[in-house]
Design a protein around this ligand. Structure first.
Ligand SMILES: C[S@@+](CC[C@H](N)C(=O)[O-])C[C@H]1O[C@@H](n2cnc3c(N)ncnc32)[C@H](O)[C@@H]1O
Ligand code: SF4
Length: 293
């Protein structure tokens, strides 16, 4: 299984639509996951884990020991794919940790840095750092969140950002808060607008081999249909939160499988497997699940 590790709840950006601004259970703070407990868990659960782990946040590179931790991973035949806003990176340390990095997944919502900065506040340094990472030969994926601000530009975003990335991933914004939904959400756009946007995205889905994801976006946005195949969360992927708690999915706080500070990894992994049955996926699908399916 691939652990999705929330390294910290701290962030140096301010994306209006961020899950952290939208969900009652989440709030930004200054907490980071405990390094010792995390390493212990990864080593002890190694047999159940894939060679890839995913680091996210908040902003994972705000954790001072993140580079050393990434450097340590290859000792256990692991590498990290890191979801980062690339605002604040230490270039020397990044190169030094390269062997432990499988992929850099960075979040950019518009090729025009000024528009990107409206959606993703404080992202001024992202482009410069992205160019550096490309020069250094890192495997780059760019995640684009589609909102009311950028939905008309999806084709231009793809064309302009593609030279920087091996993969580009588009996903609709997922929001619960009605005010944020009204301002940024795309689900309430007129059908013709959604159709036009989906037509603009068709070449992207074909070229990047995201046909299934694209079909799901079509069915959900145009017909309100949920996927019928079960979700991979809790089966192929699970979440380790910054407080050490483990759950099958970001949204299923009710199905905690244990905590890396006090529970034995084998018990946690067993609980995760047992809990998968209780997920009842895909009935729990919401628009926030797109990046996870
Ligand atoms: C929570 S961020 C953490 C990692 C890092 N700070 C970043 O932004 O890349 C992980 C991913 O979730 C996306 N995201 C945040 N809020 C979202 C929302 N409401 N709907 C869809 N995606 C969202 C971000 O754009 C980013 O790609
Ligand atoms: S950079 Fe990431 S964690 Fe920070 S506000 Fe934006 S989406 Fe949220």
């Amino acid at each position: 299984m691939i652990p999705f590790i929330v390294m910290t709840n701290q962030c140096n950006s301010g994306c209006f639509y961020c899950f952290y601004n939208d969900e009652e259970e989440l709030s930004f703070g200054k907490e980071a996951i405990n390094k010792k407990s995390l390493k212990r868990f990864l080593v002890k659960a190694r047999e159940d884990l894939s060679d890839e782990i995913i680091l996210t946040g908040g902003e994972p590179f705000l954790v001072p020991w993140s580079y050393d931790f990434i450097k340590w991973l290859p000792e256990n035949n692991m590498k990290a794919s890191i979801i980062t806003n690339l605002i604040n990176i230490n270039k020397e340390k990044m190169i030094d940790a390269k062997k432990g990095i499988k992929k850099i997944i960075t979040s950019i919502d518009h090729h025009n840095p000024k528009v990107n900065n409206i959606l993703r506040k404080g992202s001024g340094r992202t482009r410069e750092n992205l160019e550096f990472m490309v020069e250094q030969g890192f495997d780059i994926q760019i995640n684009v969140v589609i909102t009311k601000i950028n939905y008309k530009d999806v084709r231009a975003i793809y064309t302009n950002l593609k030279p920087y990335a091996n993969k580009i991933f588009f996903q609709p914004v997922g929001l619960d808060n009605p005010e944020l939904q009204k301002k940024y959400g795309i689900e309430d756009l007129p059908r013709e607008e959604l159709e036009k946007m989906l037509i603009k995205l068709a070449p992207w889905a074909k070229q990047e081999n995201y046909n299934l994801h694209y079909m799901r976006m079509n069915s959900y946005l145009l017909e309100g249909e949920k996927p019928f195949a079960p979700c991979q969360m809790g089966k192929e992927i699970f979440v380790i939160d910054y407080d050490g708690s483990i759950a099958p999915c970001f949204r299923r706080h009710d199905l905690k499988a244990g905590n890396i500070h006090k529970d034995e990894p084998e018990i946690i992994m067993k609980n995760l497997r047992d809990n998968y049955e209780k997920l009842d996926s895909p009935s729990c699908f919401t628009s926030k699940c797109f990046p996870l399916y």
